[in-house]
Ligand binder design. Structure first.
Ligand SMILES: CC(C)(COP(=O)(O)OP(=O)(O)OC[C@H]1O[C@@H](n2cnc3c(N)ncnc32)[C@H](O)[C@@H]1OP(=O)(O)O)[C@@H](O)C(=O)NCCC(=O)NCCS
Length: 417
């Protein structure tokens, strides 16, 4: 086993950063991402950052690379799991492709492992090709589309409920929408739990980041029993040959039942003076795809979303339920977290599971990146086997395990962190 990069033998020693490093930390991020954040955004992020674990690599006295881990709970099949949410990853342009990220990633995963709290690490990638080598597998996808305000594209006659009323509320009032979010998270894996701090980020509305669009708005669909759906969105007005051709940009739309969700889609697709509605990263099984008259007119694009890394494989696999009974020996390779490598017997079903080391022959051989990909139940073992990434050693074992790992509804992560 090679020593962790925080050892003196590493070319890039990694050390923890504190709030005192904040200014240099933000400056590095700005160089790495090629943009300067507005002051208000920096202030808001600093509050989140105070509770996080940040690390850095120095070249002499110059901070050359950074990475942060927030503590999240995310919904997983059958419940929820602590997860280290990885973010603020950047390397100075002068130091790229010299192994700084590798030093940061290796050290960070080892720290999460040693702390023993989070069996998972999760992240959104600025570019999909970066993180597979560190064991992060693509676990959720999303559909982005632009729905034209055109009767040929709009909703078919879908479920409706005359008891529903629509009401505009203060967009910053997250408490009114928290119940809907939690209800959706209870059935969809991949959703981070939101406390007051994270809700603050979800409803953040920084004028310097509006890019000509309106302030953030919020509409709820409710009945006498309470709020059943909500949407946060902005609008950008424009006229084309005298016709309103503005754009509605939806930040988040969620509903606990079809009628409530459909009522908000109808609202978002039919605002006066608007010409189209942009939706970003909807669930791949969003009912909208059944409701649109003509899905082609919305030009949906499938994008990669949340990447999952099993930091402690046995705890992670025990931490979720399985759709059907499973009894399989997995032979796992993991160079970055060698404590995961080897053969594991996973036994379980809908009500719980065990995962123990074994010397028995393997049914399935795969890399930890692929186990991360299937963990939330979206990406299937079958598709990875078809891609030649998963090796079936015992005939029928991949199909059986794929059914057990799958989850419906599909996993979804509604927000970037
Ligand atoms: C992406 C970034 C963090 C990589 O840092 P780095 O220090 O150059 O990465 P390393 O030198 O440690 O590279 C490790 C490996 O990843 C590969 N790699 C790193 N970034 C890559 C990229 N953007 N595309 C393709 N491969 C990449 C390297 O080639 C290397 O491959 P190897 O292990 O086969 O040798 C850095 O380029 C950066 O800050 N980019 C802009 C900000 C950003 O995208 N951050 C990530 C936010 S999610």
């Amino acid at each position: 086993m090679s020593p962790p990069p925080s050892q003196p033998t590493s070319r890039w020693p990694v050390r923890p950063l504190t709030d005192d490093d904040w200014d240099e930390f933000v400056a590095l991020d700005s160089h790495a991402f090629g943009s300067t954040m507005p002051e208000e955004a920096i202030t808001a992020d600093r509050a989140l950052h105070r509770g996080a674990r940040s690390i850095g690599v120095h070249d002499g006295t110059t901070l050359a690379g950074i990475a942060t881990a927030y503590s999240y709970d995310i919904s997983v099949p059958g419940g929820s799991s602590p997860a280290a949410a990885i973010t603020w990853v950047g390397v100075l342009p002068t130091h790229r492709r010299q192994g700084v990220l590798r030093a940061l990633m290796t050290s960070q995963l080892r720290s999460v492992h040693e702390a023993g709290r989070e069996p998972l690490a999760i992240l959104w990638a600025s570019e999909p090709q970066i993180y597979g080598r560190f064991g992060y597998g693509l676990a959720t996808r999303g559909l982005s589309m632009t729905v034209p305000r055109d009767p040929r594209a709009l909703l078919t006659t879908v479920v409706s409920d005359p008891s529903l009323r629509l009401r505009l509320v203060d967009a910053a009032d997250w408490k009114i929408t928290a119940g809907v979010y939690d209800a959706v998270a209870s059935v969809r894996p991949g959703m981070p739990a939101r406390d007051e701090l994270w809700w603050g980020q979800a409803v953040q509305d920084i004028p310097g980041m509006r890019e000509g669009r309106s302030e953030l708005r919020c509409v709820v669909a409710e009945d006498d029993g309470g709020v059943r759906a909500y949407a946060r969105y902005r609008t950008k007005q424009s006229f084309d040959d005298g016709f309103g051709s503005g754009v509605v940009s939806v930040r988040e739309v969620m509903g606990v039942d079809p009628a409530a969700l459909a009522s908000l889609y109808r609202y978002l697709f039919d605002l006066d003076l608007m010409g189209s509605t942009e939706l970003w990263h909807r669930p791949v099984d969003d009912p909208l795809m059944s409701w649109l008259q003509n899905t082609r007119r919305a030009k949906p694009i499938l994008g990669d979303a949340l990447y999952v890394r099993l930091v402690d494989l046995d705890r992670a696999l025990r931490g979720r339920s399985y759709a059907t009974a499973v009894d399989a020996v997995l032979e796992v390779s993991d160079e970055i977290c060698p404590w995961n490598a080897g053969r594991w017997r996973l036994t379980g079903g809908p009500d719980g599971s065990t995962c123990e080391r074994t010397e028995d022959p393997a049914d399935i051989a795969l890399a930890v990146v692929d186990l991360g990909a299937v963990y939330l139940g979206g990406t299937t073992l079958t598709e990875l086997a078809l891609a030649g990434r998963v090796e079936e050693r015992q005939p029928g074992s991949v199909a059986a395990a794929a059914t057990a790992f799958a989850h419906s509804p599909a996993p979804w992560c509604p927000a970037v962190f």
